[in-house]
Design a protein. Structure first.
Length: 172
């Protein structure tokens, strides 16, 4: 399994094809680009790619932390989680990861290896917006901003200082 995970890490398209039903040409292009790109902006209304990238990253990167940010809770529940759960249920990782209402984590390291969703919906004061993503640090961090054009700019300020193997994907 270790060799398989390393192969998936280098080739997210293979991972996605094994865990989801179909992949569009634009999704294929994104999946081929993300491996070597730290900052990626995608102009698309396709929210499936967020779930694809999140599941691929958390499974193939040890002690990964994944943040999914969206303007509303509805976007997280109706688009992200529904697709993510579908891929997770099709995977062989149900014994290793736990899925709860608004988070997903590795059973043996729930505080060090996780995925969380964050809505900016109730954050209207600029100081609160700046703090929303501040403080998330990890050797291996992926932040996916769904409908990024609708997320207030102050929320995104902390993302400018990310370093290491961090990746940020903006879906506009």
């Amino acid at each position: 399994m270790k060799d398989k995970i390393l192969d998936w890490r280098r080739n997210p398209l293979t991972f996605i094809e094994e865990h989801f039903d179909s992949v569009t040409p634009q999704q294929i292009e994104i999946l081929q680009t993300v491996v070597n790109t730290r900052r990626l902006t995608i102009k698309s209304k396709d929210n499936y790619i967020a779930a694809f990238l999140a599941l691929w990253f958390i499974v193939t990167h040890q002690y990964a932390k994944v943040l999914i940010v969206a303007p509303t809770n509805e976007q997280l529940v109706n688009t992200f989680w529904s697709v993510f759960i579908k891929g997770f249920k099709k995977s062989n990782f149900q014994n290793e990861f736990t899925l709860q209402k608004d988070r997903f984590f590795y059973k043996n390291a729930p505080r060090e290896w996780w995925l969380r969703t964050i809505s900016t919906q109730n954050c209207t004061i600029q100081s609160e917006q700046i703090e929303l993503l501040a403080g998330y640090v990890a050797e291996c961090l992926l932040v996916i901003c769904i409908d990024a054009a609708e997320i207030p700019d102050p929320v995104l300020f902390p993302l400018e200082s990310l370093t290491g193997d961090d990746r940020v994907v903006f879906i506009r």
